[in-house]
Design a protein around this ligand. Structure first.
Ligand code: ADP
Length: 415
């Protein structure tokens, strides 16, 4: 089956076309046929399109909304211009898999989209006011443009974490707040943590129940996940993605009393402070320079910039703290797995995170660590390490495509 994977953000549409099916999943032989990104969707949009194995195409076109953007992608896909193998009409798209950020407590696995599912995703808008409306725009547009004959599946960022026990997902605040408003930890990046855990057990030849690892998704957004017996047991992002690790522009954990204090001292509104904590904090906030880890590492190396170093050090220390916390929570683990733009590409950051962790029998092999970058997968720990370290590039789109096939064919998910 050719699956169109759609990831709609507030002003962007990312897509991939992946050829997959039950037998291809079994053989790990799925194929990415094409992909791309449309940014600045409202206005003069920037379009990047790529057919596998060919050069990237970049264009600028005026697009009004998400529907226009998806219409553009579909028309490009079937045009002679793109020459995607075996797709020359819309009938060549057999199903659509949508990334949906928030499934609330309702969705614990991927589901076929119908009117009832749409209204339940709408119910979760107040939990993800920036993301779910964009995801819904993508769903409506794809339904309209492809027609009711093409099945659509929703894959939720929160679903993998639905196995967390109450002791992980409840905040220690009055219980009625959970009862009345479902205030709790939901966690995000679930598709990424789940994919990485799946690859880990494949590499190691383990069963799902034997998977006991800490996964670290370190990208622009960052989160850690404690995976015990194959299930998410705890994760660092919370009610929103703000909690937990230090990220590009988010501060992660902090004392909530800061909000009232900053409001008084700086004359800011709560909404402004919320924006500051989400958009102007983290690596950007501490360094005063950039949210981009690669640039910060360059600033530190070339100019010995003190605040660049400080931002990186706070980032690494927070990750270290979560590794320790999750080891204690899980009663030990077999491996720590790095993924995401920083986790996959920066040997220096991995080294700084693991520095001093010989005390928990985690030591890196310098050579393996520095060689495992740019999409490479593998173990990077030293031979004596009993807590292994691995790098596994994430592939959320592939998992969305696979879940779409399994859901359409009504095959129970094994992950
Ligand atoms: P997103 O969360 O938006 O998907 P990515 O997973 O692509 O983002 O991660 C982006 C982050 O990865 C940026 O901070 C970028 O600087 C960082 N990054 C990418 N390559 C490297 C590298 N070689 N060294 C350090 N950081 C890197």
């Amino acid at each position: 089956m050719n699956i169109l994977v759609l990831n709609c953000g507030s002003s962007s549409v990312k897509f991939q076309i992946i050829e997959t099916d039950l037998d291809l999943i079994e053989k790990n032989a799925d194929k990415r046929l094409a992909g791309g990104l449309i940014e600045r969707v409202v206005g003069q949009a920037l379009i990047t399109l790529e057919v596998e194995g060919q050069a990237k195409i970049r264009r600028a076109e005026p697009l009004r909304d998400h529907r226009d953007a998806i219409d553009y992608i579909l028309r490009w896909m079937i045009s002679p211009d793109s020459k995607i193998s075996n797709i020359n009409s819309l009938a060549g798209i057999h199903a659509v898999g949508h990334r949906v950020v928030h499934g609330g407590e309702k969705f614990t696995r991927s589901v076929m989209i119908d009117d009832a599912v749409i209204s339940q995703i709408e119910d979760s808008i107040e939990l993800a006011p920036l993301h779910n409306p964009a995801n819904l725009k993508g769903i409506h547009a794809a339904r309209e443009l492809l027609g009711p004959g093409v099945p659509q599946v929703a894959v939720f960022d929160t679903a993998f974490h639905s196995t967390m026990p109450e002791t992980s997902y409840l905040y220690a605040i009055p219980y009625q707040l959970y009862r009345r408003h479902r205030i709790r930890r939901y966690g995000f990046h679930g598709t990424s943590h789940r994919y990485v855990a799946y690859r880990y057990r494949q590499i190691m030849g383990l069963k799902r129940e034997e998977t006991n690892i800490i996964t670290l998704h370190l990208g622009n957004g960052c989160s850690a996940c404690a995976i015990k017996n194959g299930n998410s047991m705890d994760t660092s992002m919370g009610f929103t993605p703000l909690e937990g690790l230090v990220m590009g522009t988010r501060g992660g954990d902090m004392d909530p009393s800061l909000i009232e204090f900053i409001r008084n001292k700086e004359g800011m509104t709560v909404r402004e402070i919320d924006t500051m904590l989400n958009k102007q904090s983290g690596l950007l906030g501490v360094s005063g320079l950039t949210n981009d880890m690669r640039e910060l590492l360059d600033e530190e190396a070339e100019k010995q910039d003190r605040r660049a170093r400080l931002a990186i050090d706070i980032f690494c220390m927070r990750v270290k703290k979560y590794i320790g916390a999750y080891l204690a929570e899980m009663g030990g683990a077999d491996a720590v797995v790095f993924t995401g733009g920083i986790g996959e590409n920066s040997a220096a950051i991995r080294e700084r995170i693991c520095d001093g962790l010989e005390c928990i029998r985690l030591g890196l092999d310098k050579k393996k660590n520095s060689a495992t970058i740019n999409g490479k997968e593998g173990e990077i720990s030293s031979s004596g390490a009993t807590l292994k370290a691995l790098v596994i590039p994430t592939n959320e789109e592939l998992l969305i495509a696979r879940d779409t096939v399994r859901t359409v064919k009504n095959v129970p998910r094994r992950w």
